[in-house]
Design a protein around this ligand. Structure first.
Ligand SMILES: *Cc1c(COP(=O)(O)O)cnc(C)c1O
Length: 397
């Protein structure tokens, strides 16, 4: 039956993605199957989304129960499971308030609105600008594409929304340009996921945080990709020794179910009052159930400790491979958000790995991005390493 569905260039699905030539129809744990029954090791996790692997038992059970109870009721009513999700996030972070939406871009839209509203509430009417960083990625909506400091994302969509100022990532000199008297917030990824798996320097971020605090500029982290255990702590900021005012979440939050969130400290959260922001679907009973079950499973299953263990296992093997194969120019990332800068670009390695039934991604032209489920075993990691070594050996000549 599936063979009768058109997936070629005649498909009515718009052509917004350069799709890989496979059709995935089933998943369990770290593996997915295509429509011909072929099994792949999925080290993309649906772009850092299926953190507990595919169709994780605990989230499946929670969703099945909710399917029989209530799917949707809108935010005009209290939603107990949404409260529970907000509580577990607040209890395990430095934040006091949560707003729920459906995606990463929407979470960043909410953060951008919150920053503007916050400045006005402080009597800083002139503070309307938000600083973001080169090679960042914050989403594809009209405003988040403008927040994204990459020319190729803006192309064809000018004039992009105004009010963003772009500075260099990890650059000392950029710190002097943060406050120009008009800045209300800084929006930053601690690990630039789409932009090449670039990790922020701890000292630089700490200086940035101190500066923001001094000037009453909100420090907002885009943890859409780094959040919910991806880096080996529930949130990446925990490993950087400073406190952000606001973070945004999405990808890993629902274990594969679409949900996004904005978390904020009280002083910023207070800027949103009834009628200032909203979302029809945001945090609905099904999405909140997936979110709560996912976060709970990560915390109760000691998954964060496991991520660090597997990270060390993979990194050690990768450093060994780098000794042997200098085409690996750089190994980057934290936790299970890892990047390999490949001398001749990442594309040919991604294809060759797929031919060996292993799925990985790129981050820009040169970086091969590895995003295993947080639950992946050392055995599976060894399977990835073995396939990668074969590919490196094959391409050596
Ligand atoms: C994926 C991503 C987004 C956009 O999320 P969507 O759910 O696709 O809107 C924003 N920021 C970062 C850091 C991301 O990785």
């Amino acid at each position: 039956m599936l063979n009768t569905i058109k997936t070629d260039e005649h498909s009515p699905v718009m052509n917004t993605y350069g799709r890989f030539p496979i059709t995935l129809v089933k998943g369990k744990g770290s593996y997915v199957w295509d429509d011909k029954g072929k099994k792949y090791l999925d080290y993309t996790s649906g772009i850092a989304t299926c953190s507990l692997g595919h169709v994780p038992d605990k989230v499946q059970a929670a969703l099945e129960e909710q399917l029989h109870t209530l799917w949707h009721c809108s935010n005009l009513y209290h939603i107990p499971i949404q409260e529970k999700l907000a509580n577990i996030l607040a209890e395990n972070s430095i934040f006091d308030g949560a707003f729920f939406c459906n995606s990463g871009a929407e979470a960043n839209e909410a953060a951008i609105k919150l920053a503007k509203k916050y400045a006005k509430g402080q009597g800083n009417e002139e503070r309307t600008e938000i600083v973001t960083f080169k090679r960042s990625f914050h989403g594809r909506t009209g405003t988040t594409l403008a927040a994204t400091a990459q020319e190729k994302i803006h192309q064809g969509f000018t004039p992009v929304t105004s009010g963003f100022r772009y500075l260099s990532f990890n650059d000392e000199a950029a710190l002097e340009q943060i406050d120009n008297g008009k800045t209300t917030a800084v929006l930053l990824e601690l690990v630039q996921g789409e932009g090449g798996v670039n990790v922020a320097k701890v000292d630089w971020v700490k200086k940035l945080a101190a500066l923001c605090k001094e000037k009453d500029i909100l420090l907002m982290l885009d943890e859409v990709q780094t959040g919910i255990g991806r880096t080996g702590s529930l949130f990446a900021y925990e490993q950087f020794d400073f406190e952000p005012d606001v973070i945004t979440l999405a990808k890993g939050l629902g274990g594969g179910f679409p949900i996004g969130a904005l978390l904020a400290k009280e002083k910023a959260a207070a800027a949103f009052t009834p009628g200032t922001h909203g979302s029809t679907f945001g945090g609905n009973p099904l999405a909140s159930t997936a979110g709560y079950a996912t976060v709970n499973a990560i915390l109760e299953g000691n998954i964060l400790e496991h991520v660090k263990k597997v990270e060390h296992f993979i990194l050690n093997k990768l450093y060994d491979l780098q000794q042997e194969y200098p085409v690996i120019e750089e190994i980057k990332g934290i936790g299970l958000l890892l990047g390999l800068e490949m001398k001749n670009g990442a594309a040919e390695y991604i294809t060759a790995l797929r031919e060996r039934d292993v799925l990985v991604l790129s981050a820009g032209e040169k970086v091969l991005r590895i995003l295993p489920p947080l639950t992946t075993s050392e055995k599976e990691a060894a399977e990835f390493i073995a396939a990668f070594q074969e590919v490196l050996e094959e391409k050596k000549n």
